[in-house]
Ligand binder design. Sequence first.
Ligand SMILES: [Zn+2]
Length: 280
Amino acid sequence: MPELPEVETTARLIEPGLLGRTIRGVQVDWLRSLGGMSRGKFEGAVVGAKVSRVWRRAKYVVIDLQRRGKPAGVLLVHLRMTGRLVVKGKWVEVPAYCRVGLQLDRGNLFFLDVRKFGRFSFHPESESALQHLGPEPLSDEFTQEVFFEALHGRRRAIKPLLLDQGFLAGLGNIYVDESLFRARIHPLELARHVSRVKAARLFEQIQTVLREAIVREGSSFDAFYRTPEGQPGSYQHLFQAYGRTGKPCTRCDRAIRRIVVGQRGTHFCPRCQVLSKKSR
Ligand SMILES: [Zn+2]
């Protein structure tokens, strides 16, 4: 499933084709993609609006709209399992699995989604639609101190806590496993038992992993995630834990183990990532 680096890549690559464009028409082939809005309401909300900004918050691509220079709502796109956004020239070339299409004054934006779990929804403004989300891990407001204070006192295991979008935005299964491996913290360690030193290490590794993955345009290891230009990301070549069950740890040679934590496949090194006695 696309996480922060994949969604960031998508937002960056579609922005040049969308900025300043006016929406002329819509095509909806899968109503549920609109997240509960009727086709007619959606059409009324977006047709005639101009794209003023394309950005990312957590795992959402956010498309700001304007009318006569004033804010006129946002499109929030959640790719979920198999969603993709593609900007293309001609409407006659509507790609396969297109669920929602926007006809622009120049070009088109297509939302493709094989498994149909993704969303392409309109909201009158972004604040309330995004208010449930925790801090952005690469933002200035997210500091080592803020992170340690947030972990402190939490009874939950560190992995499910990091996956909780209300705690920290944008991380998913892959980048949590990679960050915990690099910080040498067991996925079941209780958050309140993560020391200040380990929390600082984890903070640093979360940011490093995310930055490296953005540079490499995310991770592609199945048929689904591709950039808007159709290219695979390349961060999967740097995986040290995720998907490496049975392969030797890059630090100590012990075989990487897979366990299930909160219904998610979880990869770690049993020698480098030891569960503290307090958390057992
Ligand atoms: Zn190891």
